[in-house]
Design a protein. Structure first.
Length: 319
Protein backbone atom coordinates (compact mmCIF):
# COMPACT_ATOMS: atom_id res chain seq x y z
CA UNK A 1 0.00 0.00 0.00
CA UNK A 2 1.98 3.00 -1.23
CA UNK A 3 1.48 6.35 0.48
CA UNK A 4 0.18 7.97 -2.71
CA UNK A 5 -2.38 5.26 -3.44
CA UNK A 6 -5.86 4.95 -1.93
CA UNK A 7 -6.39 2.12 0.51
CA UNK A 8 -8.58 -0.45 -1.21
CA UNK A 9 -10.99 -2.61 0.75
CA UNK A 10 -10.21 -6.30 0.96
CA UNK A 11 -12.52 -8.91 2.47
CA UNK A 12 -15.95 -8.17 3.85
CA UNK A 13 -15.83 -7.95 7.63
CA UNK A 14 -19.55 -8.41 8.19
CA UNK A 15 -19.92 -10.80 11.08
CA UNK A 16 -16.16 -11.10 11.56
CA UNK A 17 -15.99 -9.31 14.90
CA UNK A 18 -15.50 -11.86 17.65
CA UNK A 19 -18.88 -12.41 19.30
CA UNK A 20 -17.04 -13.48 22.45
CA UNK A 21 -16.26 -9.78 22.91
CA UNK A 22 -19.88 -9.21 23.93
CA UNK A 23 -19.28 -11.23 27.09
CA UNK A 24 -16.29 -9.04 27.95
CA UNK A 25 -17.81 -5.67 27.16
CA UNK A 26 -17.35 -2.90 29.70
CA UNK A 27 -19.30 0.32 29.78
CA UNK A 28 -16.51 2.60 31.01
CA UNK A 29 -14.98 5.09 28.59
CA UNK A 30 -11.23 4.88 27.84
CA UNK A 31 -9.33 6.43 30.72
CA UNK A 32 -12.11 5.87 33.25
CA UNK A 33 -11.81 3.42 36.11
CA UNK A 34 -12.42 -0.03 34.72
CA UNK A 35 -12.11 1.19 31.15
CA UNK A 36 -9.50 0.89 28.45
CA UNK A 37 -6.26 2.91 28.56
CA UNK A 38 -6.79 6.39 27.12
CA UNK A 39 -4.97 7.87 24.16
CA UNK A 40 -2.26 10.45 24.71
CA UNK A 41 1.49 10.75 24.64
CA UNK A 42 2.50 8.94 21.46
CA UNK A 43 -0.77 7.00 21.28
CA UNK A 44 -3.60 8.23 19.05
CA UNK A 45 -7.03 6.98 18.06
CA UNK A 46 -7.73 6.87 14.32
CA UNK A 47 -11.01 6.56 12.44
CA UNK A 48 -12.08 6.69 8.79
CA UNK A 49 -11.83 10.50 8.73
CA UNK A 50 -8.18 10.49 9.78
CA UNK A 51 -7.01 7.25 8.20
CA UNK A 52 -5.44 8.91 5.15
CA UNK A 53 -3.53 11.32 7.38
CA UNK A 54 -2.19 8.30 9.30
CA UNK A 55 -0.96 6.78 6.04
CA UNK A 56 0.62 10.10 5.04
CA UNK A 57 2.36 10.49 8.39
CA UNK A 58 3.86 7.01 8.09
CA UNK A 59 6.22 8.51 5.50
CA UNK A 60 7.67 10.64 8.30
CA UNK A 61 7.67 8.30 11.31
CA UNK A 62 6.88 4.58 11.76
CA UNK A 63 3.44 3.69 13.09
CA UNK A 64 2.24 0.58 14.90
CA UNK A 65 -1.42 0.06 14.00
CA UNK A 66 -3.49 -1.70 16.67
CA UNK A 67 -6.94 -2.96 15.68
CA UNK A 68 -9.03 -3.51 18.78
CA UNK A 69 -12.42 -3.09 20.43
CA UNK A 70 -12.02 -0.55 23.25
CA UNK A 71 -14.93 -2.03 25.22
CA UNK A 72 -13.43 -5.54 25.29
CA UNK A 73 -11.56 -5.94 28.58
CA UNK A 74 -9.54 -8.88 27.25
CA UNK A 75 -7.61 -6.39 25.10
CA UNK A 76 -6.79 -3.89 27.86
CA UNK A 77 -3.49 -5.53 28.95
CA UNK A 78 -2.29 -5.62 25.33
CA UNK A 79 -3.33 -2.00 24.80
CA UNK A 80 -1.49 -0.90 27.93
CA UNK A 81 1.66 -2.87 27.12
CA UNK A 82 1.79 -1.39 23.62
CA UNK A 83 1.15 2.13 24.91
CA UNK A 84 3.88 1.85 27.55
CA UNK A 85 6.40 0.48 25.04
CA UNK A 86 5.70 3.19 22.46
CA UNK A 87 5.70 6.05 24.99
CA UNK A 88 9.07 4.86 26.32
CA UNK A 89 10.56 5.46 22.86
CA UNK A 90 9.70 9.19 22.95
CA UNK A 91 8.32 9.65 19.46
CA UNK A 92 10.54 7.27 17.51
CA UNK A 93 7.33 5.37 16.77
CA UNK A 94 3.62 6.10 17.15
CA UNK A 95 0.78 3.78 18.17
CA UNK A 96 -2.43 4.27 16.19
CA UNK A 97 -5.45 2.48 17.69
CA UNK A 98 -8.41 1.67 15.45
CA UNK A 99 -11.78 0.55 16.79
CA UNK A 100 -12.76 -2.21 14.39
CA UNK A 101 -16.38 -2.02 15.53
CA UNK A 102 -16.83 1.63 14.54
CA UNK A 103 -14.33 1.78 11.64
CA UNK A 104 -14.65 -1.61 9.89
CA UNK A 105 -13.62 -0.05 6.57
CA UNK A 106 -10.05 0.32 7.82
CA UNK A 107 -10.01 -3.30 8.89
CA UNK A 108 -11.17 -4.22 5.40
CA UNK A 109 -8.32 -2.22 3.88
CA UNK A 110 -5.80 -4.17 5.96
CA UNK A 111 -7.67 -7.42 5.25
CA UNK A 112 -7.88 -8.49 8.88
CA UNK A 113 -10.30 -11.11 10.18
CA UNK A 114 -11.04 -9.47 13.52
CA UNK A 115 -9.60 -7.89 16.64
CA UNK A 116 -6.98 -7.78 17.93
CA UNK A 117 -4.55 -7.39 15.06
CA UNK A 118 -1.25 -5.55 14.92
CA UNK A 119 0.54 -4.07 11.91
CA UNK A 120 3.52 -1.85 11.26
CA UNK A 121 2.98 1.01 8.80
CA UNK A 122 6.14 2.46 7.24
CA UNK A 123 6.05 4.71 4.21
CA UNK A 124 2.42 3.79 3.59
CA UNK A 125 3.22 0.08 3.45
CA UNK A 126 1.61 -2.28 5.99
CA UNK A 127 3.50 -5.18 7.53
CA UNK A 128 1.53 -7.69 9.63
CA UNK A 129 2.89 -8.41 13.10
CA UNK A 130 0.24 -10.60 14.74
CA UNK A 131 -3.47 -11.35 14.54
CA UNK A 132 -5.30 -12.67 17.57
CA UNK A 133 -4.45 -12.37 21.25
CA UNK A 134 -0.72 -12.88 21.82
CA UNK A 135 0.57 -14.98 24.67
CA UNK A 136 2.41 -13.10 27.44
CA UNK A 137 5.72 -14.23 25.92
CA UNK A 138 4.67 -13.10 22.42
CA UNK A 139 3.53 -9.73 23.76
CA UNK A 140 6.86 -9.28 25.52
CA UNK A 141 8.68 -10.06 22.28
CA UNK A 142 6.54 -7.54 20.40
CA UNK A 143 7.16 -4.72 22.88
CA UNK A 144 10.78 -5.52 23.65
CA UNK A 145 12.11 -6.68 20.29
CA UNK A 146 9.74 -6.20 17.36
CA UNK A 147 8.87 -2.54 17.90
CA UNK A 148 12.53 -1.43 18.32
CA UNK A 149 13.40 -3.43 15.18
CA UNK A 150 10.66 -1.60 13.27
CA UNK A 151 12.36 1.70 14.12
CA UNK A 152 15.59 0.38 12.58
CA UNK A 153 13.73 -0.80 9.47
CA UNK A 154 12.08 2.61 9.13
CA UNK A 155 15.40 4.43 9.43
CA UNK A 156 16.89 2.28 6.69
CA UNK A 157 13.95 3.36 4.53
CA UNK A 158 14.57 7.03 5.30
CA UNK A 159 11.59 7.25 7.67
CA UNK A 160 13.21 8.70 10.77
CA UNK A 161 11.10 11.65 11.90
CA UNK A 162 9.66 12.16 15.37
CA UNK A 163 5.96 11.61 16.05
CA UNK A 164 4.08 14.43 17.80
CA UNK A 165 3.32 14.28 21.52
CA UNK A 166 -0.39 14.49 22.30
CA UNK A 167 -2.19 15.45 25.49
CA UNK A 168 -4.01 12.65 27.29
CA UNK A 169 -7.27 11.73 25.63
CA UNK A 170 -6.29 13.14 22.24
CA UNK A 171 -7.79 11.62 19.12
CA UNK A 172 -7.10 11.82 15.43
CA UNK A 173 -3.88 12.83 13.69
CA UNK A 174 -1.59 15.63 14.77
CA UNK A 175 0.36 17.54 12.16
CA UNK A 176 2.40 19.45 14.74
CA UNK A 177 4.50 18.34 17.67
CA UNK A 178 3.34 21.10 19.98
CA UNK A 179 1.01 19.90 22.74
CA UNK A 180 -1.94 21.82 24.06
CA UNK A 181 -3.06 23.52 20.83
CA UNK A 182 -5.88 26.05 21.35
CA UNK A 183 -9.39 25.34 20.14
CA UNK A 184 -9.89 25.83 16.40
CA UNK A 185 -11.32 29.32 15.73
CA UNK A 186 -14.70 29.31 14.00
CA UNK A 187 -13.26 31.08 10.95
CA UNK A 188 -10.73 28.26 10.57
CA UNK A 189 -13.18 25.36 10.93
CA UNK A 190 -13.51 24.50 7.23
CA UNK A 191 -9.79 24.82 6.54
CA UNK A 192 -8.97 22.75 9.62
CA UNK A 193 -11.42 20.03 8.59
CA UNK A 194 -9.95 19.83 5.09
CA UNK A 195 -6.42 19.56 6.46
CA UNK A 196 -7.42 16.81 8.89
CA UNK A 197 -9.00 14.89 6.01
CA UNK A 198 -5.82 15.17 3.96
CA UNK A 199 -7.25 17.64 1.41
CA UNK A 200 -4.28 19.97 1.66
CA UNK A 201 -5.03 21.83 -1.58
CA UNK A 202 -8.49 22.62 -0.23
CA UNK A 203 -7.01 23.64 3.11
CA UNK A 204 -4.58 26.00 1.37
CA UNK A 205 -7.43 27.71 -0.47
CA UNK A 206 -9.53 27.93 2.70
CA UNK A 207 -6.72 29.39 4.82
CA UNK A 208 -5.96 31.91 2.07
CA UNK A 209 -9.57 33.09 2.33
CA UNK A 210 -9.21 33.40 6.10
CA UNK A 211 -6.16 35.60 5.61
CA UNK A 212 -7.92 37.70 3.00
CA UNK A 213 -10.49 38.56 5.66
CA UNK A 214 -7.89 39.05 8.41
CA UNK A 215 -4.29 39.49 7.17
CA UNK A 216 -3.06 39.71 10.77
CA UNK A 217 -4.30 36.23 11.72
CA UNK A 218 -1.01 34.65 12.86
CA UNK A 219 -2.53 31.20 13.43
CA UNK A 220 -3.93 31.16 9.90
CA UNK A 221 -0.49 32.08 8.53
CA UNK A 222 1.06 29.21 10.42
CA UNK A 223 -1.56 26.70 9.33
CA UNK A 224 -1.38 27.93 5.73
CA UNK A 225 2.38 27.31 5.72
CA UNK A 226 1.83 23.80 7.04
CA UNK A 227 -0.90 23.10 4.49
CA UNK A 228 1.31 24.30 1.64
CA UNK A 229 4.14 22.12 2.90
CA UNK A 230 1.91 19.06 3.04
CA UNK A 231 0.31 19.85 -0.33
CA UNK A 232 3.76 19.84 -1.92
CA UNK A 233 5.37 16.89 -0.24
CA UNK A 234 3.04 14.82 1.95
CA UNK A 235 2.81 12.14 -0.75
CA UNK A 236 6.52 12.18 -1.63
CA UNK A 237 8.53 8.98 -1.56
CA UNK A 238 11.04 9.82 1.16
CA UNK A 239 13.72 7.49 -0.16
CA UNK A 240 13.49 8.87 -3.69
CA UNK A 241 13.57 12.46 -2.47
CA UNK A 242 16.66 11.88 -0.34
CA UNK A 243 18.42 10.00 -3.14
CA UNK A 244 17.66 12.80 -5.62
CA UNK A 245 19.09 15.39 -3.22
CA UNK A 246 22.24 13.33 -2.69
CA UNK A 247 22.66 12.70 -6.43
CA UNK A 248 22.04 16.36 -7.35
CA UNK A 249 23.72 18.53 -4.69
CA UNK A 250 23.61 21.62 -6.93
CA UNK A 251 19.91 21.32 -7.81
CA UNK A 252 17.88 23.80 -5.78
CA UNK A 253 14.59 21.96 -6.46
CA UNK A 254 16.04 18.72 -5.08
CA UNK A 255 17.29 20.46 -1.95
CA UNK A 256 13.95 22.21 -1.40
CA UNK A 257 12.17 18.88 -1.75
CA UNK A 258 14.32 17.12 0.84
CA UNK A 259 13.98 20.09 3.20
CA UNK A 260 10.20 19.65 2.93
CA UNK A 261 10.60 16.02 3.93
CA UNK A 262 12.70 17.08 6.93
CA UNK A 263 10.06 19.60 8.02
CA UNK A 264 7.23 17.08 7.74
CA UNK A 265 9.28 14.64 9.79
CA UNK A 266 9.83 17.23 12.55
CA UNK A 267 13.53 17.66 11.69
CA UNK A 268 13.29 21.43 11.67
CA UNK A 269 16.94 22.17 12.35
CA UNK A 270 18.00 19.81 9.55
CA UNK A 271 15.68 21.59 7.10
CA UNK A 272 17.00 25.03 8.10
CA UNK A 273 20.65 23.96 7.97
CA UNK A 274 20.28 22.16 4.65
CA UNK A 275 18.90 25.20 2.86
CA UNK A 276 21.20 27.71 4.55
CA UNK A 277 24.27 25.57 3.82
CA UNK A 278 23.12 25.22 0.22
CA UNK A 279 22.59 28.91 -0.39
CA UNK A 280 25.95 29.75 1.20
CA UNK A 281 27.58 28.25 -1.92
CA UNK A 282 24.75 28.83 -4.41
CA UNK A 283 23.99 32.54 -4.12
CA UNK A 284 22.18 32.54 -7.48
CA UNK A 285 19.46 30.39 -5.91
CA UNK A 286 18.94 32.57 -2.86
CA UNK A 287 15.46 33.81 -3.78
CA UNK A 288 13.62 30.44 -3.94
CA UNK A 289 15.48 29.35 -0.81
CA UNK A 290 14.58 32.58 1.00
CA UNK A 291 10.90 32.17 0.06
CA UNK A 292 10.84 28.59 1.31
CA UNK A 293 12.60 29.49 4.57
CA UNK A 294 10.22 32.38 5.23
CA UNK A 295 7.37 29.89 4.86
CA UNK A 296 9.09 27.46 7.22
CA UNK A 297 9.66 30.22 9.76
CA UNK A 298 5.86 30.43 10.25
CA UNK A 299 5.60 26.83 11.43
CA UNK A 300 7.52 26.53 14.75
CA UNK A 301 6.47 28.47 17.83
CA UNK A 302 7.72 32.10 17.72
CA UNK A 303 9.84 31.46 20.83
CA UNK A 304 11.73 28.57 19.19
CA UNK A 305 15.44 29.41 19.43
CA UNK A 306 16.10 27.78 16.07
CA UNK A 307 14.12 30.53 14.37
CA UNK A 308 16.34 33.33 15.63
CA UNK A 309 19.51 31.57 14.61
CA UNK A 310 18.20 30.71 11.14
CA UNK A 311 16.87 34.22 10.53
CA UNK A 312 20.18 35.77 11.52
CA UNK A 313 22.14 33.46 9.27
CA UNK A 314 19.79 34.07 6.35
CA UNK A 315 20.16 37.83 6.78
CA UNK A 316 23.95 37.50 6.67
CA UNK A 317 23.83 35.34 3.55
CA UNK A 318 21.58 37.82 1.75
CA UNK A 319 24.06 40.69 2.04
Amino acid sequence: MAANEPIRPGINLAGAVDLEAIKHRVAAEPGEAGGAPSAGGYVIDVDTNTMQSMVTNSASWPIVVFFWIPTDDRLFPMAKALSDAVDALHGQVQLARIDIATSPEIGQAFQIQGAPALFALIGGRPMPIIEGLPSPKELQQITGQVIPQLIDVARQAGVNGTAPYMESGATGIAQDAAAGEPAVPAAHAEAHRLAQEGDYAGAVAAYEKVLEADPADALAKRELAKARLLQRSAQADVREVRKAAADNPDDVAAQLAVADVDMIGGQIQDAFDRLLDFVATHKADIEPVRERLVEYFSIPEPTDERLGRARRRLAVLMY
